[in-house]
Write a protein that binds this ligand. Structure first.
Ligand code: NAD
Length: 291
């Protein structure tokens, strides 16, 4: 595997949504050229505008100069033609969370790039080991799980699929370090590391709240002050999105049959009643809270 380009100088990103925009910016800020593949030019423009807005905020706060902003933007090129990522030595797939969509993208990307290229997925909930089977060279595939917002969150999970070659893992660790971020190597489990441990905790908190252990505010205050967390679990659930957590924990349950991932009845009721958290102003700590 010594033919893997250590620097990953030419990078492709697939998908220019929430995560693709953040990831493309991180890669461009590390000095690398990035080609972003999207479905249409409208989505490319939206993604580029998101990067520009984020960088403009940095300029306004004196974190970077206008020249530095322009240099980062200048390293990002959008395309709707998969042939344009043929020269990439690393492709980061950050498209819609759907197994069929991702498998199709991965196969198309693999047919374009050279044999020495590494391909990674930013999936949150799909099995990296399963996605690897869509590729002719599964040993050169891994998960690279950024957190939202990718520009700010320091931890990145390097997910080792059953097929992933150890050299690929090592190179990805170096890559993440070159972004100024902190890599953690993790097995391919539902939720990987952070969400694997977070989901049962949030499910327990929801059940305890429903059982009347304490008020929502007191649960958050106690866990913040008692454990030194920045956010209480119920505020965090509102931010994540109750619907998003319900979907993630239900997927983890389906994959593992582990009862700790069963979505609590109150959560399912709230999602059915349209409580989606901060994004629609209705959640555990947002708007009128169900007693
Ligand atoms: P998003 O919906 O904001 O963006 C997905 C983008 O992929 C869309 O712009 C869509 O047009 C594009 N896309 C779909 N099919 C495509 C194709 N065939 N070719 C090119 N582009 C295509 O989604 P997101 O929140 O950015 O999530 C992307 C991935 O990152 C998912 O796998 C998700 O699980 C993962 N993830 C999301 C978060 C989060 O908090 N949003 C955090 C970590 C990981």
């Amino acid at each position: 595997m010594s033919d893997i380009h250590i620097d990953f100088a030419r990078t492709g990103v697939v998908g220019f949504g929430t995560m693709g925009a953040g990831i493309a910016q991180v890669v461009a800020q590390s000095g690398r050229a990035v080609t972003v593949l999207e479905l249409d030019t409208g989505r490319l423009e939206t993604g580029l505008a998101a990067v520009r807005t984020f960088l403009d905020g940095g300029v306004a706060r004196g974190k970077l100069t206008e020249n530095e902003r322009d240099a980062v933007l200048g390293r990002i090129t959008g395309t709707t033609d998969v042939h344009d990522i043929a020269g990439a030595d690393l492709v980061i797939e950050a498209a819609t969370e759907n197994s069929d969509t991702k498998r199709e993208i991965l196969a198309r990307v693999a047919a374009e790039v050279g044999d020495s290229a590494v391909i990674v997925t930013n999936t949150s909930a799909l099995s990296v080991t399963d996605l690897a089977t869509a590729l002719p060279r599964p040993e050169r595939f891994a998960g690279l799980h950024f957190f939202n917002p990718a520009q700010l969150m320091r931890v990145v999970e390097v997910v080792r699929a059953l097929q992933t070659d150890e050299t690929v893992v090592e190179r990805l660790v170096s890559l993440v370090e070159s972004f100024g971020k902190d890599p953690v190597i993790v097995k391919d489990r539902p939720g990987f590391l952070v969400n694997h441990l977070l989901m049962p905790y949030l499910n327990d908190v929801i059940q305890e709240y429903d059982d009347g252990l304490a008020t929502a505010e007191d649960i958050d205050t106690a866990l913040k002050l008692g454990l030194g967390y920045k956010l209480g679990p119920l505020e965090l659930l509102d931010l994540i999105g109750l619907d998003v957590h319900d979907h993630a924990t239900t997927s983890a349950y389906e994959a593992t049959q582990d009862p700790c991932y069963v979505s609590p009845p109150l959560l399912r009721q709230m999602v059915a009643a349209g409580y989606h958290g901060t994004k629609n102003g209705r959640g555990f700590r947002t708007g009128q809270v169900p007693a």
